[in-house]
Design a protein around this ligand. Structure first.
Ligand code: URP
Ligand code: ZN
Ligand code: ZN
Length: 469
């Protein structure tokens, strides 16, 4: 079905971050043209080539997952979803835009890294995509290139206070990159963990024979996330730059962000479904099964979850992204048998985020509109994609999900579409399911039959963060 088709979605409850309205939606040339109340003269006058029945369904903006790592090289292997498989799985789960991370490798330029990531994604994505840039080598050349990348639509840069010798930047490099970002309108995204201290604890744990996956969580201490978060905030203040802290997992780190926001500082926070739904209990699963849950920042004791939910309600955290970075248990996670530090870090989840957060609505953690805010509108605003993405309004891309809030499903590797041999949420019951998905007006999932295609997804350059005045 071509995006030139005129489509009307009839009978649903349109839920955006701002409103809930019983309205029909008219789509032309891949864009939303108008919304009008069911049965109104305007809505009744619309003719269409295609009508999508959304009776008893929600009509929501396609999800924006602002943190994915398709094909990421890590620990001697590669994340198992390609841009083709990962974007298809995203669409199955109601996400219609991903922002993935291009990587600068040490000794090469950001430009070379970005070009390599353009090539990986070109012509194979099922949904629209954009890039952040991971800076692993902050030198004069990288700093200069930041200016060009911002102009090109790559307006955010991830730095790591963790992983010495791989992605790590010291405080001086971080300060320089922040100064440059503040001059350019770029946004620094921080992996806030004190990697130098963590490496000491890793060495000590292994020397004492503590090699099981659960020690991954123990050495990556809450205090070392909180300390790094605090330090990143102070460095951003010195540089006069905004800061977005990725994958916040610990209550104490969130408290640092909340304190900064209370001072009126432009500090933002993201958490991920794994920190809201999983815990150190998973990391402690026997027979090396805990390896499935090794990611950084690590899963925390369950007590941290209430603080994260509260942070999402109070807007101390603005975004839930997945940090989708899948590694198969067989052959990939297994690289770390006998040494947890060799387990590739990352969890799958790009297909499960919208459903898990809908369940959170039913469980009373979030309102429906907040669900759409943290999963669609806020990530689009944060990364300069709004209102093209993240909402349903005249002029927006017709990236729309017809969501059935009543049907029950069980999350499982047997039914998911991610290219990974386990599901981190295996067996979890969810009420609600994605039914139909449109990407720029094209139906890519039609009542749970795949109608999309590799190559439909377009690279989408971004503007600057829209929370910065
Ligand atoms: O464990 C994780 N999060 N893997 C992906 C890389 C990162 O730090 O985001
Ligand atoms: Zn990270
Ligand atoms: Zn990540």
């Amino acid at each position: 079905m071509s995006s030139a088709t005129r489509t009307v979605i009839r009978g649903g409850l349109v839920v955006t971050a701002a409103d809930e309205i019983h309205a029909d939606v008219l789509i032309e040339q891949g864009r939303v043209v108008a919304l009008a109340a069911h049965g109104s003269t305007v809505a009744e006058s619309w003719t269409a080539d295609r009508t999508v029945d959304a009776t008893d369904r929600y009509v929501i903006p396609g999800g924006v997952d602002a943190h994915t790592h398709m094909e990421l090289p890590f620990g001697g292997t590669f994340a198992s979803d390609t841009f083709e498989t990962g974007t298809r799985a995203a669409a199955w789960g109601g996400t219609t835009t991903i922002v993935d991370f291009a990587v600068q490798t040490i000794g090469t330029s950001p430009r070379a890294g970005l070009d390599a990531w353009y090539a990986k994604a070109d012509g194979v994505c099922a949904i629209d995509y954009a890039f952040h840039m991971i800076l692993s080598d902050v030198d004069e050349r990288s700093l200069k290139e930041m200016d060009h990348l911002v102009q090109e639509g790559v307006t955010s840069f991830k730095l790591f206070m963790a992983y010495p010798g791989v992605f790590y930047s010291d405080d001086g490099k971080i300060l320089r990159a922040m100064q440059r970002a503040s001059a350019d309108g770029g946004l620094i995204m921080m992996h806030a963990e004190n990697g130098i201290a963590i490496d000491v604890l890793v060495e000590q744990a292994l020397a004492e024979g503590r090699t099981d996956p659960r020690y991954h969580g123990e050495v990556r201490r809450v205090l070392l996330e909180a300390e790094a978060t605090h330090r990143a905030i102070q460095l951003a203040r010195v540089a006069g730059s905004p800061l977005y802290v990725v994958h916040v997992s610990a209550e104490e780190a969130l408290a640092e962000i909340a304190a900064a926001r209370d001072k009126g500082l432009p500090v933002f926070g993201e958490t991920c479904p794994q920190y809201l739904f999983l815990s150190t209990d998973n990391l402690a699963e026997p027979d090396f099964e805990g390896a499935k849950y090794v990611c950084s920042t690590p899963l925390r004791p369950r007590e941290h979850q209430a603080a994260l939910w509260r942070g999402l309600r109070t807007d101390d955290l603005q975004v839930v992204s997945t940090d989708h970075c899948p590694f198969c248990f067989s052959g990939q996670k297994e690289l770390g048998r006998g040494d947890f530090s060799r387990i590739p870090n990352g969890l799958p989840g790009v297909e499960n985020r919208m459903d898990l957060l809908h369940q959170a609505v039913l469980d009373g953690h979030l309102t429906r509109r907040r669900w759409i805010d943290i999963a669609c509108a806020a990530p689009a605003r944060m990364f300069g994609l709004y209102p093209k993405k993240g909402t349903i309004a005249p002029g927006s891309d017709a990236d729309i999900v017809v969501y059935d809030p009543h049907t029950e499903q069980t999350l499982s590797v047997r039914t998911h579409h991610m290219n990974v041999d386990y599901n981190a949420y295996e067996g979890r019951r969810i009420t609600g399911r994605v039914e139909t998905v449109l990407s720029r007006g094209e139906v890519v999932l039609d009542r749970r039959t795949w109608t999309g295609r590799a190559g439909h997804g377009r690279y989408t350059p971004r503007g600057i963060c829209q929370y910065l005045g």
